[in-house]
Ligand binder design. Structure first.
Ligand code: HEM
Length: 214
């Protein structure tokens, strides 16, 4: 059900495109909507762990990987629209945009940062990378911050929306740090029965936030 819901934004973009409802600048409308959804899915993904910890409802975590991959999916659509439709594969101009327009540089950085997270989101990679996996996946906060900055930078007048995204990100990070600080020390944990990871079966402490289950 969540998979189908996550495809609704794409279905609405396609519907609006096919019925001429994307407005006077359809390419820009697609750019804005895919970017908005990429950032939204990133923040939804980041809220999974705090929600699970606060509610005690562990099944939440099953959806984290899928939600993170949807953030990546919408970011790839966002980039593809820019490269293939907006710029029509004008690689020189695209390269110049990335190098010379700071708000594009920062958007590009967000995408570069979430790419390894998507690629290492499988359970096999969680096992193979061990502790390094958790460290790597902390980059999701940097990626989300780059996404927020990208949004803030490109908005000319009303910054309410990107500022709201920024505030949500700060709150999620603060909550995460607070929950982390309240977690029992490793010595205390080793004296308790290990709960482990319901999905991967891994017995490590709570892994980092983004795209892997558990
Ligand atoms: C190579 C990477 C990227 C490029 C070239 C790029 C480019 C763009 C462009 C051209 C726009 C439209 C600006 C306008 O017409 O006013 C835009 C908007 C946006 N992008 Fe990106 N972007 C990139 C990556 C990202 C990523 C990774 C995210 C999210 C994590 C993101 C989030 C957004 C948001 C939220 C908007 C504004 C949406 C709105 O106004 O509702 N972008 N981007």
């Amino acid at each position: 059900m969540i998979f189908a819901l996550a495809l609704v934004p794409l279905a609405l973009i396609l519907r609006d495109g096919l019925t001429g409802r994307l407005g006077a600048e359809p390419i820009r409308a697609i750019q804005l909507r895919t970017g908005w959804w990429a950032l939204t899915f990133l923040l939804i993904t980041l809220s999974v762990t705090p929600l699970r910890r606060l509610s005690g409802w562990n099944p939440f975590v099953k959806f984290r990987r899928m939600l993170g991959l949807f953030a990546f999916f919408y970011a790839v659509l966002h980039l593809s629209n820019y490269v293939g439709v907006d710029q029509f594969f004008a690689w020189k101009e695209i390269g110049e945009d990335i190098l010379k327009r700071p708000w594009i540089t920062i958007g590009f950085s967000a995408l570069v940062l979430i790419t390894p997270l998507a690629l290492t989101s499988t359970q096999a990679m969680v096992r193979r990378l061990g502790k390094r996996w958790a460290a790597l996946h902390r980059l999701v906060y940097v990626a989300a911050a780059c996404g927020v900055l990208h949004f803030l930078w490109l908005v000319k007048k009303d910054t309410t929306e990107p500022a709201t995204f920024g505030l949500v990100l700060i709150l999620l990070l603060a909550l995460r740090l607070r929950l982390q600080a309240r977690k029992p020390k490793p010595s205390a944990v080793s004296q308790q029965p290990s709960v482990g990871n319901a999905v991967t079966g891994a017995q490590h402490a709570e892994p980092a936030p983004l795209m892997a289950d558990g």
